[in-house]
Design a protein around this ligand. Structure first.
Ligand SMILES: [Zn+2]
Length: 319
């Protein structure tokens, strides 16, 4: 008999590979934090001596889910200014509330609550964008959940940082302090085309190349974002970001609700990923993302909940 730390025996095991496989009465053996075997439960009990044996006789055991777009600490703003369109919600309610309340303690408490909610719903990794990422990191490590933390950037000041360079410097310092943590990784996270300047986007592209980091941003979330961009930059946001070197396999674009066939083709050709957030898009009256067309073009589409304030849950099964 081989000693393992944990044996989970389930009515069904649904592995990542091969795609579509459903294994009847199988067990997963875990030793030193790694899966060492997936095999029929009868065989597992003969082969493994488990320190802990979990029996899930009526369950399907699935891999941990990835929540591809979150602002975890916004669990503390759940239900705030319900049922308003995005720009009104953000500019008249959320940003003023954040200016009054956001602090490292707020981010730690809100992220810890989000981690509990996500773990209860099968999420084991989240792609995060919020202020004070070192406080979010503390909560994630305490909860034992994997997190990709955003090095966030805006042009305007908040309680976290004074200007875009300050946001980036603080985010990079957090990464330097935490980069050895095995459960944590970092992304560059310029907030959105309507809150970040050309100069800052260009700087972020350079840093992402140097440090080999993904770039996580909101993109083409509302029609208003596109109209404002046409007025201000004489280009749609995606075209503007393409010219700045943002489009490529590093890009994780959250929402992409308003994209033309040509833009879907550009995203596919450049190998960008989309974080599809259907509940958030409906709650904030942003619209429906053309997700079937994206999948048909072979784009890597993941699912995100966005923050609890724009959902109001962190449940990927609901999405
Ligand atoms: Zn978002």
């Amino acid at each position: 008999m081989q000693a393992v730390d944990l044996l989970i025996s389930a009515r069904w095991v649904i592995p990542v590979e091969p795609a579509g496989a459903v294994l009847d009465d199988h067990s997963v053996a875990v030793a030193k934090g790694r899966i060492v075997a997936v095999l029929p439960s009868g065989e597992a009990q003969q082969r493994f001596e488990a320190r802990e044996h979990s029996r899930l006789d009526r369950h399907a055991l699935i891999p941990g889910l990835v929540n591809l777009h979150t602002h975890a600490a916004m669990t503390l703003m759940r239900g705030l200014a319900d049922d308003l369109p995005l720009m009104t919600w953000l500019r008249d309610h959320v940003w003023p509330a954040e200016a009054r309340h956001v602090s490292p303690e707020f981010v730690y408490d809100g992220t810890l609550l989000a981690c509990a909610e996500m773990l209860r719903g099968g999420v084991t990794c989240f792609n995060e964008m919020y202020f004070f990422p070192e406080a979010a990191a503390r909560a994630a490590l305490e909860a034992g959940i994997r997190a990709a933390l955003g090095i966030i950037a805006f042009e305007f000041p908040t309680s976290y940082a004074a200007d875009a360079d300050d946001y980036i410097a603080k985010g990079l310092a957090a990464r330097d302090a935490l980069k050895e943590e095995p459960l944590l990784s970092f992304c560059m996270a310029p907030h959105a085309p309507y809150t970040v300047s050309d100069r800052t986007f260009a700087k972020i592209v350079t840093i992402a190349e140097e440090l080999d980091l993904p770039i996580h941003t909101h993109l083409h979330e509302t029609q208003q974002e596109i109209e404002e961009s046409l007025t201000r930059y004489k280009a749609r946001p995606l075209e503007r970001l393409r010219a700045l070197g943002m489009l490529g396999p590093r890009l994780i674009a959250a929402h992409a609700v308003h994209v033309t066939d040509r833009e879907i083709g550009m995203l596919a050709h450049q190998g960008a990923s989309i974080a599809h957030c259907p509940s958030s898009n409906l709650k904030l009256a942003s619209g429906f993302a053309p997700v079937a067309a994206m999948l048909a073009r072979g784009i890597n589409v993941g699912i995100g909940t966005d923050g609890a304030a724009s959902n109001n849950r962190l449940d990927l099964f609901q999405e």
